[in-house]
Design a protein around this ligand. Structure first.
Ligand code: HEM
Length: 496
């Protein structure tokens, strides 16, 4: 009797399992791990989803199917599948998934980065690419970058003369913050009333946007969970902070007589209709939405990328020596270092590329959503599926990169692979319609700062610390900076 009971139970569950898998096979969805009721595969993401998804792709293949709470999702992890998403089917895959808190903070998706693919997104993207993210504008902000880097160098010089430790995570984010605040909002942070507000605003916003939001995965109940965990209130507080920060910047700009040629000025011109935006009436909230992109996308990305470069250099004395020798040979005793000097610095360019490969600041692109049924890598991807593009997995794939965990800038010597979105082996700025429009602005600051840091100073670790003690762990959020701050002592040289 009990044997019959066991057989019946076994047949019952086996038939459910087979039926489920047959359904999946019939639908021709990509393979993926088994899931739990309600939460699906959420428990498998861990604290560093880019790493967990990479592991899953090693087991299940280049396109993995996951159910994240209620949300059907796929993860693309190889140059081939990512090319399908970002190039072949870019038009059908470039919308954004709706994310509750980014939507709130961006004035209900009036920005560029979180807005869905729509007529509005197309109009704003076109306007910003033509008016804002141009090579001419990057050039026009050159004096600001040079002045800010010069005062940063003075600060490092002072620390070097006292043999003081410098926290590079902190100071480099402050440097890129100062540049972005002048370029974007026309304000000098140093010593201003906004200096502390700004830090609070940016950290708070990054924290909210980097947090796990239950509302995105569980309708109704998710909102309740977020209220219990405090995320909802935190978001409201952060939103008020950013909103009054932008109000302050705009007021400051208007009081100044609007004489500055900054990004606020440009956006106010769009508000007044002096620059057209097709059928759209640009309001103050639209201006603030675009300013939010500048604040979020512009500050942490450049600052933390420079910290990663310095981390790899201090961990690899051979590379540091070679990069410094090149910089000192090319710059010689030039009084005035400029960002164009990067042109003669082939090895430094490779060091930066290798850093962007091994520590892309955005290892997992903000999720996209299929706007219609598409076929990727031979599998059917139904409309509304979220699409995750795992840049980290491509950059660490041993079939793409030999010895992928090692920091070897020379790997770029014999190939033309670049980071501008055309080579699907290296995508730190994404690719296709959504590619980062701020590459020029970001790289100009990264290059100018690095040339100065390497030309003028030698660098050593604090007393008692060895190269092996410098860890490479990243923290996970909207961007992935080095988790433990990089602390180094600058040393004065004959070039200081
Ligand atoms: C090292 C520096 C930077 C890195 C690594 C970086 C990386 C990225 C990445 C990966 C994306 C997403 C692309 C996609 O989803 O396909 C992105 C989008 C974006 N970035 Fe950057 N970025 C950097 C600097 C900047 C700067 C300096 C700005 C502006 C001042 C900027 C503005 C934006 C904007 C507005 C978007 C959204 C584009 C859209 O959705 O249409 N970025 N960036």
């Amino acid at each position: 009797m009990s044997l019959w009971y066991i057989i019946v139970v076994f047949v019952f569950f086996a038939s459910i399992f087979i039926a489920k898998n047959t359904r999946k096979t019939k639908k021709n969805l990509p393979p993926g791990p088994p899931r739990l009721p309600i939460i699906g595969n959420l428990h498998q993401l861990g604290s560093k989803p880019h790493r967990s998804m990479f592991k899953l792709s090693e087991k299940y293949g280049p396109l993995v199917y996951l159910k994240l709470g209620k949300v059907p999702s796929v993860v693309a992890s190889t140059p081939e599948t990512v090319k399908d998403v970002l190039k072949t089917f870019d038009k059908d895959c470039c919308s954004r998934a709706f994310l509750t808190y980014p939507a709130r903070i961006s004035y209900n998706l009036k920005d560029l980065a979180f807005a869905p693919y729509s007529k509005y997104w197309k109009a704003v993207r076109k306007m910003t690419v033509v008016e804002l993210y141009t090579a001419k504008r990057v050039k026009s902000f050159r004096n600001i970058r040079e002045e800010e880097v010069a005062s940063f160098v003075e600060f490092i010089k002072h620390s070097a003369s006292l043999e003081e430790i410098v926290n590079l995570n902190q100071t480099l984010v402050k440097l890129s913050g100062s540049v972005i605040c002048r370029v974007g909002f026309g304000i000098n942070l140093e010593g201003s009333k906004l200096e502390n507000t700004y830090e609070e605003v940016i950290h708070g916003t990054m924290e909210v946007l980097g947090s796990f939001a239950a509302s995105d995965y569980f309708p109704v109940i998710g909102g309740i969970i977020d209220r219990i965990t405090g995320l909802h209130n935190k978001c409201e507080k952060v939103f008020k902070g950013t909103d009054s920060f932008f109000d302050h910047c705009i007021k400051h700009h208007l009081e100044d007589g609007g004489s500055k040629d900054d990004i606020v000025d440009l956006l106010l011109k769009v508000e007044r209709g002096e620059i057209g935006l097709g059928e759209f009436q640009f309001t103050r909230n639209h201006t603030k939405g675009i300013l939010l992109d500048i604040l979020l996308a512009g500050v942490d990305t450049s600052g933390h990328t420079i910290t990663w470069v310095m981390t790899h250099l201090i961990k690899n004395p051979r590379v540091m020596k070679k990069a410094q020798a090149e910089v000192r040979e090319v710059i010689k005793n030039k009084d005035n270092i400029t960002e164009e000097d990067i042109e003669g610095l082939e090895y430094l360019k490779m060091v930066v590329k290798e850093t962007l490969r091994i520590n892309p600041l955005v290892p997992l692109l903000t999720p996209r959503e299929a706007s219609k049924d598409v076929k990727i890598g031979g599998y059917n991807i139904p409309k509304k599926t979220w699409i995750h593009v795992n840049i980290w997995a491509i950059h660490r794939n041993p079939n793409v990169w030999k010895d992928p965990e090692a920091f070897i800038p020379e790997r770029f010597m014999d190939n033309q692979i670049d980071y501008k979105g055309l080579n699907f082996e290296l995508l730190p700025f994404g690719s296709g319609r959504r590619i980062c429009p701020g590459i020029g602005m970001g790289m100009a600051l990264i290059h100018l700062t690095l040339i100065n840091l390497l030309y003028r100073f030698d660098w050593k670790l604090p007393e008692g610390m060895e190269v092996e003690d410098v860890d490479l762990e990243e923290s996970y959020g909207l961007v992935c900076p080095k988790k433990v701050p990089l602390e180094l002592i600058p040393v004065l040289t004959q070039w200081t």
